[in-house]
Design a binder for this molecule. Structure first.
Ligand code: MD6
Ligand code: FE
Length: 213
């Protein structure tokens, strides 16, 4: 779909209560974010995790912060250590924390205190099927989601898997915040189209900040 048409769709579609779309909010942070990301992925490399059903995910993931989200044959959980390296996850860089807190405050959540940041890497062909974020112990806090690199189509559904989805075009520097009544809504990312982003190359990176414990 054409970017202008998407811009109109993004404007026209009211997001559910508790959710905010902040286009370009992360742009002032992206240089520093990219440098910090490189440090993180040197210590905790991207890996494609296995789902509880035994399939390999098409999205590669890593984490920073006190806890990291992982998927394995045994299910989904937050761990204080990276099971690949046996070390604690890299700590959350100041620029990550600053962006997460600024975006949450802007969206009406001034008390956000994230202890985990899941970092997703999509290559063309990668997708993330509809899911709820429900492995956190604290649903009173929102999620802050930062998109970098290639654009993607984000699907934002409802309380039930079969509820209709709204489509949001997420571009480099866009931030989505959601919490409150929409905290447990289904969502996913459609198959990433081929392309090359001038800063990040042939990939999309997504950062999602959460309070896990
Ligand atoms: C992504 N994000 O955008 C995947 N979850 O690559 C998520 O699954 C997500 O963006 C909860 C809140 C925001 C998100
Ligand atoms: Fe999610």
């Amino acid at each position: 779909m054409h970017a202008d048409l998407f811009a109109e769709l993004n404007d026209a579609q009211q997001l559910p209560e508790g959710a905010s779309f902040l286009p370009g909010f992360a742009l002032p942070f992206v240089g520093e974010l990219a440098r910090a990301l490189e440090q993180i992925t040197q210590q905790a490399p991207f890996r494609k995790m296995i789902t509880p059903g035994g399939n390999q995910m098409s999205v590669a993931m890593t984490n920073c912060g006190d806890f990291g989200w992982i998927s394995s044959r045994n299910g989904y959980e937050y761990l204080g250590q990276d099971p690949v390296t046996g070390h604690p996850w890299p700590s959350m860089p100041d620029v990550f924390m600053a962006l997460a807190l600024d975006a949450a405050a802007k969206a009406g959540y001034p008390f956000f205190a994230p202890d985990a940041c899941l970092i997703n890497r999509y290559e063309p062909g990668s997708r993330l099927s509809l899911h709820q974020d429900k492995n956190e112990h604290d649903f009173s806090q929102p999620i802050v989601s930062v998109s970098l690199g290639l654009p993607a189509t984000f699907e934002f559904g409802g309380k039930k898997r079969r509820d209709p989805v709204r489509l949001i075009s997420v571009q480099h520097g866009d931030v989505l915040v959601w919490g409150g009544p929409s905290r447990l809504f289904y969502h996913g990312v459609r198959t990433l189209r081929a392309g090359v982003h001038p800063d990040l190359g042939a990939q999309r990176i997504n950062l999602t900040f959460r309070r896990s414990h």
